[in-house]
Design a protein around this ligand. Structure first.
Ligand SMILES: [Zn+2]
Length: 121
């Protein structure tokens, strides 16, 4: 019975350690924001908690994009529908904001390398 208890303790400690490692391996700063214009990458920003402001002006129009600790949002735009502004803030991998009239796409992606490192433990 004693030996059985020891195995349980070892298992619990191992599982806690594994869970802690999993949490440590998924910091938000593995996320990147990709801004594309007309299907081409315009900028790629690390979501590092700092504020980054992009003012993009093309012949199609103007968008002011803010990347900060809360996520990404379009602060101002001169497109006719303002859908992109109304989307609000996105903050999760896979979410995107599209300003169709300006051919502007903003998406949040995860770092694939970091995911692979986490799996290799
Ligand atoms: Zn728009």
């Amino acid at each position: 019975m004693k030996r059985f208890d020891v195995y349980i303790i070892i298992a619990v400690v191992a599982i806690s350690g594994f869970l802690l490692a999993m949490f440590a391996m998924q910091p938000n700063d593995n996320q990147e924001v990709i801004i594309s214009l007309k299907g081409e990458e315009y900028a790629r920003i690390d979501m590092d908690g700092q504020e980054h402001v992009f003012e993009i002006e093309t012949q199609l129009g103007y968008n002011k994009i803010i990347v900060d600790k809360d996520g990404v949002h379009i602060e101002e735009a001169d497109c006719p529908d303002h859908d992109c502004v109304e989307v609000g803030t996105i903050s999760k991998v896979g979410q995107s904001i599209i300003c169709a009239p300006h051919y502007l796409v903003i998406e949040i992606v995860g770092s694939a390398d970091a995911d692979l490192d986490g799996m290799a433990i």
